[in-house]
Design a protein around this ligand. Structure first.
Ligand code: ZN
Length: 68
C-alpha cells in the first residue's frame, strides 16, 4: 500500500499516511485534526542514489516560438 506525504495547511505539520486508492484527500486529516491538508511529493527522507536519476525543478522551458 502506498504511503503519501502530506503537509497541513493550518498548522504546518508534516505527516504521512497510508491511502487506499478509493480514499480521497477529503478523508485525510493532520495529527491535530485539521482537514486542510495538501499532498506533497518531495519526501525529505528519500534519496535517489546513482543510476543518473534525479529530480530537479530547474527544467528549462522549451521555447519554440518560430513564427513563419
Ligand atoms: Zn494541522
Amino acid at each position: 500500500m502506498p504511503t503519501y506525504n502530506f503537509v497541513c495547511e493550518t498548522c504546518g505539520s508534516k505527516f504521512e499516511k497510508f491511502m487506499r486508492f478509493s480514499e480521497s484527500l477529503l478523508t485525510v486529516e493532520c495529527p491535530n485534526h485539521h482537514t486542510q491538508v495538501r499532498r506533497v511529493f518531495s519526501a525529505p527522507a528519500v534519496v535517489f542514489k546513482g543510476k543518473g536519476f534525479y529530480v530537479t525543478d530547474s527544467r528549462k522551458p522549451v521555447n519554440e516560438a518560430s513564427s513563419s
